[in-house]
Design a binder for this molecule. Structure first.
Ligand code: SF4
Length: 708
């Protein structure tokens, strides 16, 4: 990146220029104060963010990796655009009948044994949590990441009545230690370097300074382990509630969400009233799109489906589960022209895609009085004024170039630019007639000319060619440098050389490239379907499952029942492990535990955090995503697949299903108290986007597949 200072009206304007990876080009200009219409606090934060080179690097690294991962994941998904539109319509139709679905959801959840509360605003929501904590004589609360808890200021309210609240998502834990607010809805510590985190751990936890990411992650794992085990209350958000079954769905990569919903005796789930989907089939659709948009993953590592509290005979799970449905301005927003913002599934993709967010980061999005907005980026610039007031947060919508990158990135196809314009217009629908009357004369002529060219395909193409031609002539840098009006600009930055091909032609060629990728993928699928040799390794579901699992960092072994014990003993021997936290005998293949015990391994079925390996069976697996499916219940402790460093799972080839909807349609998914979908070992990328395995859950996952 280069910088130059240009003289303009007697003031310095700083101009930065650089090339985007995509081949595009950007220029950043700091506008002198007299021409700046932003409120003071917002303006100050923006200037500070732009001057912070460390922040700029962190935001660029985050955005580039996330965007690349998202594009790759979406390109590999057949019919991505169709699925996206379907998701939009599912979310929109749910919102349109929200009252009906809420009633159905609440009835089902109560029948399942959940205690359901409704909170009209932040004060009511925090008061309900405080009362539950008092009734249960709680002192320590373990929290999983939840934007709605940020929105209602939950930590502050709980700490004010003497409760100790510990954030357990690594990024949230780091910023809690620093007394900061999240800088991103998905990666709260995106603004910090590994050195910052090392210094924070050194000062707050008394650990020797280190900037080694695995060392820092291991330190957090150790510090938080006792919190999970000792907390009397676990608090989480809810990604989706399923109306037909009363199910709560919660997704996390680290495993802290599983810990918080499994270990403490009381679980409180906070959910915005809009986070509903009608059916489990709809849920499968959104679970397909959410992780791809958020992190480029096919599926999040842990997907928890929670139906009820612990039942008689269950070895784990909280004895009380509370669900607090929070309105806090949502119903009013639903009745407003900004209602579409409620379709949001909080993936964070629009933040990463936004060229403004990439420059200023989340902490620059501040209200009129300087308070950091809970929701930053394009969606934050709509949700914040929508929920908390146009006068307080309406100015955030000015921090947008309206380039449309946010809409393109959004997995539920929210028309964010249109909503941003509505916020700019004061939160009301723009009346085109009124807008026309107030336009200055030259702009009106320009718009009329543009309209004339753009409503006819032939005229539009002609205009594109003409513009391409003229800009090509004007583009050479030498020419710019010799025009007096541009002197100085030509020295400070390269003007992009326009492509002779029109945007339309370039777009068409990109589309055809994408369709080639899709066609080859379809051919591959067709080949598999039509060849008819179902026993072939290449075609089998087991092989597809194995490929996906190994891509996620898991290990796959196909074995016979008679070899099973030997494989397990080998894994334990390789890790020098002498005891096993296991499901009960009747939930595993006959005589397996006896054979293991005979070899000198101690087997326990009770919660023991010192045991380093866990053994479980599985209900099913998903070939498309390399996912294991486990239901809790008598003899099937979920902590066996959660607490140990090494998880060994036994699967039968006949239990592998093709796709997520097939698994979510299984009867056992709705009847179990709790279900977990596991896709590889626990992971995080919360420190400098460095992928680190084993933050809270197991570091290693071995699947022993019985070929039956
Ligand atoms: S508006 Fe769309 S892209 Fe942005 S966070 Fe919400 S779902 Fe994701």
């Amino acid at each position: 990146m280069r910088q130059a200072y240009c003289r303009s009206a007697g003031e310095d304007i700083r101009c930065d220029a650089g090339n985007l990876k995509s081949g595009g080009y950007w220029i950043r200009i700091q506008i002198p104060a007299p021409f700046n219409l932003m409120p003071d606090y917002f303006d100050t934060q923006i200037r500070a963010a732009l001057a912070n080179t460390g922040l700029q690097e962190a935001l660029d690294a985050n955005a580039e990796r996330r965007i690349e991962a998202r594009l790759q994941a979406n390109a590999a998904l057949p019919n991505h655009q169709v699925l996206r539109r379907r998701a939009h319509s599912v979310r929109a139709s749910t919102l349109a009948k929200l009252d009906e679905y809420l009633e159905q959801f609440i009835t089902k959840a109560q029948l399942n044994g959940l205690i359901v509360h409704r909170a009209a605003d932040a004060a009511q929501a925090t008061q309900i949590v405080i009362e539950i904590a008092r009734e249960n004589n709680a002192h320590l609360v373990a929290k999983s990441k939840s934007m709605i808890s940020e929105e209602i200021g939950l930590n502050h309210a709980l700490e004010a009545v003497g409760l100790r609240v510990v954030e357990t998502d690594l990024g949230e834990y780091i910023i809690q230690l620093r007394g900061e607010r999240p800088a991103h809805i998905l990666t709260p510590a995106v603004h910090l370097s590994r050195v910052d985190v090392g210094q924070t751990f050194h000062e707050s936890l008394g650990l020797p300074f280190s900037d080694d990411v695995p060392t820092l992650v291991a330190a957090a794992r150790q510090a938080l382990r006792m919190v999970f085990l000792e907390a009397e209350i676990g608090i989480t958000g809810v990604n989706f509630g399923v109306a037909e079954s009363g199910t709560l769905c919660l997704v996390t990569n680290e495993g802290n969400g599983r810990m918080v919903t499994t270990l403490p005796p009381v679980h409180i789930a906070l959910m915005g009233i809009e986070r509903l989907v009608p059916t489990l089939d709809n849920l499968a659709l959104l679970l397909t799109l959410l992780p791809r948009a958020a992190t480029g993953q096919k599926i999040t590592v842990y997907t928890n489906l929670i139906n009820s509290p612990r039942r008689p005979g269950d070895p784990d799970g909280p004895r009380q589960r509370h669900l607090i449905l929070v309105d806090n301005g949502r119903e009013a927003l639903r009745q407003s022209p900004l209602a579409q913002a409620l379709l949001c599934i909080r993936c964070g993709a629009c933040l990463n895609a936004c060229p403004v967010f990439r420059e200023i980061g989340g902490h620059a999005y501040v209200g009129l009085r300087g308070e950091i907005s809970t929701y930053p980026g394009p969606i934050g610039a709509i949700i914040s004024p929508g929920l908390f007031g146009q006068s307080e947060f309406g100015h955030l919508a000015r921090a947008s170039s309206l380039c449309g990158a946010c809409k393109e990135a959004c997995p539920v196809d929210i028309d964010l630019p249109k909503l941003l314009l509505r916020v700019r217009a004061g939160g009301i629908k723009i009346d085109p007639g009124r807008a026309k009357q107030t336009l200055p004369g030259l702009v009106a002529i320009g718009i009329r000319a543009f309209t004339w060219f753009s409503i006819d395909v032939r005229r539009f193409r002609l205009a594109q060619r003409m513009l391409g031609f003229f800009s090509r002539i004007l583009a050479p840098r030498s020419l710019w440098m010799h025009l007096p009006v541009f002197t100085g600009w030509g020295y400070s930055k390269d003007f992009p050389r326009p492509d002779l091909r029109s945007f339309r032609r370039r777009w068409m060629s990109r589309q055809s490239a994408i369709s080639v990728i899709r066609e080859s993928r379809d051919s591959l699928d067709q080949l598999s379907e039509t060849s008819g040799d179902e026993s072939s390794d290449y075609q089998s579901l087991a092989t597809r499952f194995a490929i996906e699992l190994m891509a996620l960092g898991g290990e796959f072994t196909l074995c016979s029942r008679s070899d099973l014990a030997q494989y397990i003993l080998k894994i334990l021997h390789n890790h020098n492990i002498g005891s096993l936290l296991s499901w009960e005998t009747d939930q595993l293949p006959n005589s397996l535990l006896e054979a293991i015990q005979t070899a000198g391994i101690q087997v326990s079925h009770d919660l023991d955090p010192s045991i380093r390996a866990g053994l479980t069976g599985t209900l099913a697996a998903v070939a498309d995503t390399g996912t294991l499916v486990m239901t809790g219940g008598p003899g099937r402790a979920l902590f066996s697949s959660l607490l140990p460093e090494v998880h060994i799972a036994i699967l039968r080839t006949s239990d592998i299903r093709e796709s997520l909807p097939q698994v979510l349609g299984m009867r056992e998914i709705q009847s179990a108290a709790s279900v977990v979908l596991i896709s590889g070992p626990s992971r995080t990328a919360d420190i400098e986007m460095t992928l680190t395995i084993g933050v809270h859950g197991p570091r290693e996952l071995y699947v022993l597949c019985l070929d039956e």
